[in-house]
Design a protein around this ligand. Structure first.
Ligand code: EPS
Length: 392
């Protein structure tokens, strides 16, 4: 339903994104997109590039007089750094960095210089995804659906997040510091840790959570593998640079517990509505949203470009060689939160568009209000015996 493409190299003139399938009538200002782009740039542990770029999106198609038209939306983000690359003589790059796409991309595409791979593999491309995600967030917000996130660990430093802290409070606390961690004491420790890592000429990964609030029950489907929302959300996160693990709810912790300790018991309220005593499913059962918050957790590996060299091979000489350092981030986990929010917002917007149908916001708003909810009145049962009735 909702497709997007991005194009552009890390040090080329600009990034371009085209988003196709968004309904008409959605109010959209460049400012809405630029706010998200600015969030993506905030991160303790960034390298020098983030001081060069001041990302702003130009909307060049699909939005007229402040409203989406239903036509493809085109976004452009200039690479300020292009100025220093445009006429530069590019030195050969022949020593692949372990962990980056250098070797795999060169082998696959037959590149005769490794830069051809890294230019597109670079996480610079995620600026375009965040711009697309900002539109998806604006769409979801029309229905009271919010996507947020926060860092829970940088290396061995873990946040302590008490259960009484609501998700909205976590989002707000996370925005208050540049490691995007809602636990202020842990945030300080994380900053210290990142500083140590930088001094040690190394890099560090971490873990973060992405949470969707206000998603109605009934998005996704159990009927086919590629319609299961859990799989779609994990794929959306797993398709981000350096993300190597994703879980829904406390999935790995659940795997160590008995079923009676894991499953979210269903409770009837006096008004006939149904609710869950817990949310260990992470808001998804049978590939379908339950109506509880959708909770995803992702693991980001340390950045592959390290100041301390790693062993590699110079592909030009065939001799063992140490990796050479180029400017890079030391820790990009806080930025990965914003990128992940964007990808989750896109996957969810796609599901909501499929659920609601129609071509304009005016068509969709009443349909959303009429969606079945978790209440007995929306779950009529025949309560009689019946037969399968397949033909024999
Ligand atoms: C990246 C390396 C760095 C990052 C870049 C991703 O860029 P440069 O090589 O220009 O210093 O800053 O990320 C961005 C430019 C961005 O906007 O996020 C890499 O090799 O993946």
């Amino acid at each position: 339903m909702l497709r997007f493409l991005t194009a552009g190299e890390s040090h080329g003139p600009k990034l371009t994104a085209i988003l196709e399938g968004m309904i008409a009538g959605l109010p959209l200002a460049a400012e809405t997109i630029n706010r998200e782009l600015a969030r993506r740039q905030v991160s303790f542990g960034s390298g020098g590039r983030m001081r060069i770029e001041h990302d702003e999106a130009r909307i060049t198609a699909g939005v007229m007089a402040g409203l989406t038209t239903g036509a493809p939306i085109t976004l452009e983000i200039a690479n300020a750094d292009y100025r220093s690359w445009a006429d530069k003589l590019i030195p050969p790059m022949t020593v692949p960095r372990p962990g980056h796409a250098d070797l795999t991309a060169a082998l696959k595409y037959g590149y005769r210089d490794l830069r051809l791979g890294l230019e597109r593999a670079s996480a610079r491309e995620t600026a375009a995804r965040v711009a697309v995600g900002a539109i998806c967030k604006a769409y979801l917000a029309q229905f009271g659906i919010a996507v947020g996130g926060y860092v829970t660990a940088i290396g061995e430093i873990a946040a302590d997040l008490p259960d009484h802290l609501t998700y909205a409070e976590r989002f707000a606390l996370a925005e208050a510091n540049d490691v995007r961690c809602p636990d202020p004491a842990a945030a300080e420790a994380m900053r210290r840790h990142i500083r140590e890592i930088m001094q040690a000429r190394d890099t560090m990964g971490g873990v973060f959570e992405i949470v969707v609030l206000g998603a109605p029950p009934g998005l996704g489907s159990h009927v086919h593998f590629d319609r299961r929302l859990g799989g779609r959300l994990m794929a959306a996160l797993g398709a981000i640079q350096a993300i190597k693990g994703v879980e829904i709810g406390p999935a790995f912790a659940n795997a160590r517990l008995a079923g009676t300790q894991v499953h979210d018991e269903i409770v009837r309220e006096t008004d006939g509505s149904l609710h869950r005593a817990s949310n260990r499913s992470g808001g998804i059962e049978g590939g379908i949203t339950t109506g509880e918050p959708i909770v995803l957790r992702a693991a980001m590996k340390p950045i592959a470009t390290t100041l301390t060299p790693l062993r590699s091979v110079d592909l030009a000489s065939g001799e063992p060689a140490a990796t050479r350092y180029e400017r890079s981030d030391f820790c990009a986990v806080p930025r990965a939160v914003v990128i992940s929010e964007a990808m989750v917002a896109w996957a969810l917007a796609d599901e909501l568009l499929r659920k609601l149908g129609g071509d304009s916001l005016a068509e969709q708003l009443p349909r959303f209000a009429a969606l079945p909810r978790n209440r007995l009145a929306d779950l009529p049962m025949d309560d009689v015996e019946w037969r399968f009735g397949y033909e024999s």
